[in-house]
Each structure stands twice: as structure tokens, then as C-alpha cells.
Design a protein around this ligand. Structure first.
Ligand code: BT5
Length: 264
């Protein structure tokens, strides 16, 4: 690893092209979880746009208490605090904003077209390169803050993944053999996110959901959704206006799925 390619607050600041997202910056060498740190900051009043990023996470988290592998100096492990003036039932839509922004950026820099998999995985050639963890705080039916945690595998070689992930995960390097500058990538993602955030404030989530669906190869196909010990089979009919998956189950009608995992 070339030392000048490390993630530092100074390098991020020099490359940022945003007005709000990425200001202020908390950059760590090692942290438990950027989402946990960001949540503590948000509870203490940290402003919208606050960025928390680390070269390594020792307790990176996925959804439902799953863990997120965050190898040192290989990826982008970061969280952004948003404070949208919005109703709590729309909190589930913000991960789509991230998914579309990251997919856009990956496509721009690699020329590859990543697939978006419900609820919020990003895959290249069938392998997961990015996961998103959104955690929100509500009161009186309003969003107080939302933490958008993003894990993007950038420079990993096969051996940087644990044995169990080797066959399901990928990185931008593995797909392109290019060494991306992670800070430049981060700046591109934040610029896209800020743009999409402005779109949401003027036009709502429609344009984002539309683009998300265009990038989701499972839409209108037969799928299986896993919810703990329950498996549901049906057709991926649509996303509803809150971001839930609408599953059409033959002879049983439409099921609205709030959380779960889509099986291949
Ligand atoms: C996610 O959860 O995909 C959300 C991951 C969010 C990680 C970011 S990193 C910055 C911020 N701080 C945090 O602590 N978290 C966020 P989920 O859909 O539950 O997927 C978790 C599953 O993905 C695991 O059970 C593994 O199977 C797989 N996985 C773990 N690490 C991976 C990696 N680096 N690349 C690809 N897949 C991985």
C-alpha cells in the first residue's frame, strides 16, 4: 500500500466537491464500527453531512446483527449522518438513494454495470461488492437522524476475504485489475449522494426508485424471500412508495415485505 493513498481527513477535504456531505470529517485508522460512532455523534447533535470513516473496522456490522468484513486499507468503510425533514415511514427509502449513487459511481469508474439486489446489496457479476446499513432515530413520527453506513470492497485480492466470503464477495480490483484511489472514489460517491439528496428534496423518491428498479435484474422475476425461519416464494411485482418489496404470491395476492433477504 502506497502511503500517499491512505485515507486521511486532509486528502478527503482536498478532493471533496460537496457543500454538505462530508463535513465535518472523523477519519480513523481503526474503529469498532463507523455506524456506531456516527450514531453516538448524532445523539450528541452532530450536523447533517458528518462523515465517519476508517481504514479498518473491528466490529463492522451488517443488518440483523450480521458482521461486515472490513479488511485494513482495502475498502471504503464509512457512515454519513443525514437529518432530513421527513416522516419516519419514509426512512426505508434512504438506502435506495445510496444504492443508486454507489452503483452510478462504480459504473462511471469501471464501465461495469452493477446490479442492485433488494434490499440494498450491490453486486458485480453476481458477487457482492457493497452493502448498506441504514439506522434511523424517530420521534413524533419524524426522522431525527439517519445514519447511512456504506461498505465498499475496493482493493481486495481473493486472500483478503475470509474463507466463507471468497466465493460470494468481490472487489473493484478483482473485477477490473485497476487500483482505484479510495479517496477519489469516496469524493465521487458523496457528490452523487448529495445530488440525489437534492433530487429527493425537490421531486421526492420517485426518480430514485425508478432508477433503482432499472438496475435490479430480479424485478418481475420469480424470487424467494427469506425472513428468518420463513421462506416466501413469488414474483417481485414492484417496490411500494415506502420502499417495501411487493411480492405477488400466486393465489394469495400481494405480500408487502418490509425486511428480509432475497435468495438467488
Ligand atoms: C450489509 O448487511 O450488507 C450492510 C453492510 C454495511 C457495512 C458498513 S461498513 C461502514 C458501516 N459501519 C458498519 O458497521 N457497517 C456499515 P447485510 O445485508 O446484513 O449483509 C451482511 C452479509 O454480507 C454477511 O453476513 C456476509 O455474508 C456478507 N459480507 C460480510 N462482509 C462482506 C464484505 N466485505 N463483502 C461482501 N459481503 C460481505
Amino acid at each position: 500500500m502506497n502511503l500517499k493513498n491512505l485515507i486521511t481527513a486532509d486528502r478527503i477535504e482536498a478532493m471533496l466537491q460537496t457543500k454538505r456531505l462530508g463535513r465535518p470529517i472523523f477519519a480513523f485508522w481503526r474503529i469498532g464500527s463507523t455506524n456506531t460512532f456516527a450514531r453516538d455523534q448524532a445523539m450528541q447533535g452532530a450536523p447533517e453531512g458528518t462523515l465517519v470513516i476508517a481504514e479498518e473496522q473491528t466490529r463492522g456490522r451488517g443488518r440483523m446483527n450480521r458482521s461486515w468484513e472490513s479488511a485494513c486499507c482495502r475498502g471504503l468503510w464509512f457512515s454519513i449522518i443525514l437529518r432530513p425533514v421527513d416522516n419516519s415511514h419514509r426512512a426505508g427509502l434512504y438506502p435506495y438513494l445510496v444504492g443508486v449513487s454507489v452503483a452510478h459511481t462504480i459504473e462511471e469508474v469501471t464501465g461495469l454495470r452493477p446490479a442492485l439486489k433488494w434490499p440494498n446489496d450491490i453486486l458485480i457479476n453476481g458477487h457482492k461488492c457493497c452493502g448498506i446499513l441504514a439506522e434511523a432515530d424517530f420521534s413524533n413520527g419524524r426522522i431525527q437522524y439517519i445514519i447511512l453506513g456504506i461498505g465498499l470492497n475496493v482493493l481486495h485480492h481473493h486472500d483478503d476475504f475470509s474463507h466463507s466470503l471468497k466465493h460470494e464477495a468481490t472487489s473493484l480490483f478483482l473485477e477490473t485489475h485497476l487500483h482505484f484511489d479510495r479517496v477519489q472514489l469516496l469524493a465521487n460517491i458523496l457528490r452523487k449522494m448529495e445530488h440525489q439528496y437534492m433530487v429527493v428534496q425537490t421531486e421526492g423518491f420517485e426518480p430514485i426508485l425508478k432508477e433503482w428498479k432499472q438496475r435490479c435484474p430480479w424485478l418481475h422475476k420469480k424470487i424467494t424471500v427469506n425472513q428468518g425461519d420463513q421462506w416466501l416464494e413469488g414474483f417481485f411485482q414492484d417496490l411500494d412508495s415506502d420502499g417495501c418489496l411487493l411480492l405477488r404470491v400466486p393465489k394469495k395476492g400481494i405480500h408487502k415485505i418490509v425486511a428480509g433477504d432475497l435468495q438467488n
